[in-house]
Design a protein. Structure first.
Length: 364
């Protein structure tokens, strides 16, 4: 064996890799923030804990709410009977005293009961939807991307929360899908993703929301599963928040997807090397910045999220602006790290930037 040691590439998280595919500046920010991949998208309200997507949790909460209703009903019945007995058989003032205790107590619990009632109805509906769905798995040999009801997948597979970070030190990537769907010798990674901001309210086709970064992320997850578990993984599942249909992206015998992953890794590492040398990364096209959460102006020190360099917080690039008639001090994570003003739509509306001053590219 040669004494020479092959230098292993620096580990790159799957989430960070997908950010590089979206925008090199976003990728560097993710790497500097040391974002741990959890299989859940960032920059939005995380609904991945919702019982809508975990039928076991839904049934547990449904049962718990039912027991609370049962306990409250028995308690209220007992208190009413006690009040009636005390007020009629013993002394009226004791019944009145019980009423003075019971009525405020019921009023105190009414808001909680109302919330439980709404949750109970919703959970009952979701469980009924789950019971109505048939088992269905993606056709792994058909390269066409397909939409499958999430509950059909849950019925067809053993569902496991991915607890450990999956690694390939030779390739230099690591990641942790949100869930793993097991069916025999097949294991499918699941990514929980935010619905695109640009998606119209009437649009109901999650396939139309897929971007290149989704494909690269899911291919990386599939590679890590095969590397770490030995199971076959040629399909990634994406669930968009608020949707009950999942999207299956196929990679069966897909050399183009592998090249796409390899190219993304090469470009990401080149961008990181450039940033390490000169702290510069190419300016993105304007349309990428328009709705990017990293470039969104936010209240300084009131909203979480700051840029970091080598673990140290970067001094914020501040802007003064009037928002809803009030003076605000604003900044953005991307603006702090690169000392510029990203042309986010909010920044443009507040006249914090223009295309010319931001130096952005406009071509698509």
């Amino acid at each position: 064996m040669s004494n020479e040691q092959i230098e292993k590439p620096k580990m790159l998280g799957v989430h960070t890799l997908s950010e590089f595919v979206f925008c090199p500046r976003a990728g560097v920010i993710s790497q500097e923030l040391n974002n741990n991949d959890s299989g859940v998208d960032t920059g939005f309200v995380d609904l991945s804990y919702s019982p809508d997507y975990d039928i076991v949790l839904a049934k547990q909460q449904f049962s718990q709410i039912g027991k609370r209703f049962e306990k409250f009903s028995f308690g209220l019945l007992g208190a009413t009977l006690t009040t009636a007995i005390l007020g009629t058989a013993i002394k009226p003032f004791l019944g009145i005293l019980c009423l003075l205790i019971i009525v405020p107590t019921v009023l105190f619990f009414l808001p909680r009961l109302y919330r439980d009632f709404i949750s109970y109805r919703h959970l009952k509906k979701q469980i009924a939807l789950y019971d109505q769905e048939n088992k269905r798995l993606p056709d792994l040999k058909d390269p066409t991307t397909e939409t499958i009801p999430w509950y059909s997948l849950l019925k067809s597979c053993d569902v496991e929360k991915c607890h450990d970070l999956l690694k390939d030190e030779e390739l230099g990537i690591e990641g942790k899908p949100w869930k793993l769907l097991h069916c025999g010798n097949v294991c499918l990674p699941v990514f929980f993703c935010r619905k695109p901001v640009a998606a119209s309210e009437s649009e109901n086709d999650p396939v139309a929301w897929l971007k290149k970064q989704h494909s690269v992320r899911m291919k990386a997850y599939c590679h890590l599963i095969e590397k770490n578990t030995g199971k076959h993984s040629s399909c990634g599942i994406i669930v968009f928040a608020g949707m009950m249909d999942a999207v299956a992206i196929k990679f069966w015998n897909n050399e183009a997807a592998q090249r796409q992953l390899d190219d993304a890794l090469e470009i990401a590492r080149a961008d990181l090397e450039e940033f390490e040398r000169s702290e510069k990364v190419g300016v993105p096209a304007e349309y990428l910045c328009h709705q990017c959460h990293l470039g969104r102006p936010k209240n300084y020190r009131l909203e979480p999220g700051v840029a970091r360099r080598d673990g140290i917080e970067i001094r914020a690039k501040l802007h003064k602006a009037k928002v809803d008639g009030k003076k605000r001090t604003l900044h953005s994570v991307c603006g702090d790290l690169y000392q510029w003003t990203p042309p986010h739509k909010t920044a443009v509306e507040l006249k914090l930037t223009t295309q010319h001053s931001a130096g952005v590219r406009t071509e698509k």
